[in-house]
Ligand binder design. Structure first.
Ligand SMILES: [Zn+2]
Length: 207
């Protein structure tokens, strides 16, 4: 894919994270009508006539990353312990079945020179979640984006999600959750910091 989320410009403390993707709404609606018809769904009743358009717009929304302002602040107090935010909602589409996977992310970092506005951790997760991908790649992308944006000494991301391609169809294994993690910097190298982060994420998962 040629497109890529814009990374941090040099020397900025506040910048816009955006991702450009062209959606051809007319073609998408036409294709949705063809797909539904091919699958035996009648799209010519009073209540389904607008279904192809709704389907195309719904998918476009799930596939299009939302832009946001990334804000960081100087770490004037020299805070050097883990910062962890639990249970950030994750909604994405698996690229193999284009069916939703839904769950939560736990995101932590070990601050360096700058700290991040806490809501931006959730914004970063949501930004990268919009798209068709694997949970493994989503986890890595969020971690690398935060590492790059913050110059953090360490970043950890754990995502727990239910994949509807596995729970509603195929294996039909309801209640199964897939857990992925990406640990960078000190969270990867230092066993004590890594253990502390993973313990904090488990505490969040139980709460
Ligand atoms: Zn799948």
């Amino acid at each position: 894919m040629s497109e890529a989320t814009q990374q941090r410009p040099q020397d900025l403390t506040r910048w816009r994270v955006e991702h450009h993707r062209q959606v051809d709404h007319v073609a998408a609606e036409r294709a949705a009508a063809d797909l539904l018809t091919a699958l035996g769904v009648d799209v010519d009743t009073e209540s389904t006539r607008k279904t192809p358009g709704r389907m195309a717009r719904g998918l476009a929304e799930l596939l299009t990353p939302t832009a946001f302002e990334m804000t960081t602040f100087p770490n004037d107090e020299g805070y050097d312990e883990l910062v962890v935010v639990h249970d950030i909602p994750v909604r994405s589409l698996c690229e193999h079945h284009v069916l939703p996977f839904v769950g939560v992310a736990h995101v932590g970092y070990l601050p360096g020179a700058r700290i991040i506005g806490l809501s931006k951790l959730a914004r970063t997760v949501d930004h990268h979640a919009r798209g068709a991908q694997t949970q493994e790649r989503l986890t890595q992308r969020v971690a690398h984006h935060l590492e790059q944006a913050l110059g953090a000494r360490g970043v950890g991301v754990v995502i727990e999600a239910e994949h509807t391609c596995m729970t509603l169809r195929g294996a039909r294994a309801p209640g199964t959750r897939t857990v992925t993690s990406a640990l960078l910097g000190r969270l990867r190298q230092d066993p004590a910091t890594r253990a502390e982060f993973l313990a904090l994420t488990r505490r969040g998962a139980r709460a």
